[in-house]
Ligand binder design. Sequence first.
Ligand SMILES: Cc1cc2nc3c(=O)[nH]c(=O)nc-3n(C[C@H](O)[C@H](O)[C@H](O)COP(=O)(O)O)c2cc1C
Length: 468
Amino acid sequence: MQQKKRQMSLIGFMQAQNCSTYPGSWRHAATTPDFLTPEYYQRIARVLEEGKFHMAFFDDRLAMPDIYSGDHTDTVKHGIRAVKMDPVVVLSAMAAVTTKLGLGATYSTTYYEPYHVARTFATLDLMTKGRAAWNVVTSLNDSEAANFGSSKHLEHDQRYERADEFLEATLGHWDTWQEEALVIDKDKGLFAHPEKVKRLDHRGTYFNSRGPFTVPRSPQGQPVLIQAGQSGRGKAFAARWAEFIFVVYPNLDMAKKQYAEMKSVIASEGRDPNKVQIATACYVVVGETDEIARQKMAYADALAKDEDALALICEVLNHDFAGRDIDEPINDEDMKAVSGWRAFRDRVVMLSGKSNPSVRDFIDFSKRAKLKEFNVFVGSPTTVADEMEKWFVEGGCDGFVISPTHTPGSYEDFVRMVVPELQRRGVFRKDYQGDTLRENLGLPYPKSGDWLRDQQAAAQLREAAETA
Ligand SMILES: Cc1cc2nc3c(=O)[nH]c(=O)nc-3n(C[C@H](O)[C@H](O)[C@H](O)COP(=O)(O)O)c2cc1C
């Protein structure tokens, strides 16, 4: 039998806020100002579905960036991700005008409770007829903690410990309704088989959650799990649970190396690495010619401000660097005090070659809040497709999480110009394969009990490997 040609996945990187991941995007002349309306998100949803995208995915943060100077004035004034609406509610508006597009949202395991998240995503999954995905994050900083009743964000590895238990409880709840539980037989007076609806009775270190759960299974069994951990602990967590992984690979050489490493971490968890896709974040600036694209890039790039970078560096590191000389090396104590994304700090150390970089080094090497924070594909449809194909074919990724320089125009340009070129080359599909997100990602339907059996089998494999 002939093997089906491998094809890339495309994800729209969305924010329920006033700008894209690129804070300067709201200043772009072609960005429309209606981001507080359902029509704005619905317009993008229709575009992504027309382009056969796998998913519209929303990131989330549970606080305004206000660590820099301990204040939100700059953030509000400069519109540095100052607005952040609940992504699941926004997804519901997008679901109403689409039928195939996958719909993913980020929810935090540090600030929410398993029962709440299990119910929210199971409901979204039913209301979208099996198109929901949950991006599992452990959150970042003390500003988020302050909105949820504590002053300090949980320590990095402890967040992942809590997240492990969170997933056990959430998947546990999703599992308590078996496939054939619902009967709805009016003649017999039987609504559902009581023996096919179990109570979870989870009692653990971080959570107690009893059940019974109140949402039956969806057409795709349960929502797809996404994760984006970058530290060693985060990668181990992703390898254990994720069905889809988001990454930020800065260039193709590093992508090849890190992609192969991540696939081997997944295999060492006893899982099939071919069943877990890895998609890298990027910006795409496409124009009718290379020259037009270059001009568009220069214009968009010039919209970044230093204030954006400072606010978002302090947010991501959970540390206030205000009031110091921008060129002074950050001492060991302050470098250690960083408790947000350590992988972000370590990347700047690696790229600058300095164990004590300055704030300016953080701005220059992280490219935070600039377009070059992610890899940028710039050029005509042919140039962009050449690059994306190269990354995909040469083992740099399985797909792309595409962030817009402006909205909704970036997505409209991509779907009009790049998608047909990728389709012509056979590296991207011409139509959806099925109705659910799992069908469209080629993921198996998980039956009640599967995840627990898989986890037990993986634990046995790990144990055998350790004692061998
Ligand atoms: C594409 C992408 C999207 C992400 N989205 C979010 C998000 O919405 N909210 C969040 O708190 N973290 C988000 N993260 C951060 C990761 O969940 C993770 O915390 C980060 O990569 C650092 O890794 P670590 O937790 O292992 O230190 C994202 C990361 C990537 C690469």
